[in-house]
Design a protein around this ligand. Sequence first.
Ligand SMILES: Nc1ncnc2c1ncn2[C@@H]1O[C@H](COP(=O)(O)OP(=O)(O)OP(=O)(O)O)[C@@H](O)[C@H]1O
Ligand SMILES: [Mg+2]
Length: 204
Amino acid sequence: MQILKSINLKVLRGEFVAIMGPSGSGKSTLMNMIGCLDRPTCGQVLIMNKDINLISDAELAKLRGLEIGFVFQNFSLIPRLSALENVLLPTYANVKEGVNPRKKAEDLISLVGLADRRYNKPTELSGGQQQRVAIARALINDPSLILADEPTGNLDSKTGEEIMKIFKDLNGMGRTIVMITHDANLAGYADRVVHLKDGIIENS
Ligand SMILES: Nc1ncnc2c1ncn2[C@@H]1O[C@H](COP(=O)(O)OP(=O)(O)OP(=O)(O)O)[C@@H](O)[C@H]1O
Ligand SMILES: [Mg+2]
């Protein structure tokens, strides 16, 4: 079954783009393509001018590990690891040269306001705190691009706004952000909203 059709989407460095659309319209599928979790069966995905269909699995894994940070609706933290260990996790697979992972993780945990909770396990943290850990983890390798699939879907609206402010700050520091949301209010934090319906972009 063809999920995405005639998609033509260009995200510029430094942009904050929100993707909206009904359930089943293909938002997560599109994000998995952008995030190189799936390769397209036809068409091209270019990340920093590299066609992901033309590079090896190893190169793709490296590109994904170093240049893209993922944030998911359900936080996807490892329960038996502390907040700090969760943030460090991606560095076991990939790490940028000259970076001290432990120092970087400590800095990021502070950046998201959780320095005093860094040794706590995810179950000892609120939903908003868990999502902040997940954001710190997404940032550990200094990715150029942050992809967030309904990052506030499991949070109350006030906590959702707090998470949006973190994204807005990160965008202000020059990071590119692509975020899926069902909430038009939260989409208002983005520079641009892309509406997807039945696998087609209605506007952009
Ligand atoms: N692994 C899969 N295999 C087959 N079909 C799939 C798979 N994943 C998703 N689909 C189908 O692709 C379509 C788009 O799904 P997708 O998850 O991208 O939607 P979505 O816009 O993210 O929806 P939601 O808002 O509910 O998260 C749906 O019809 C879905 O059933
Ligand atoms: Mg989805």
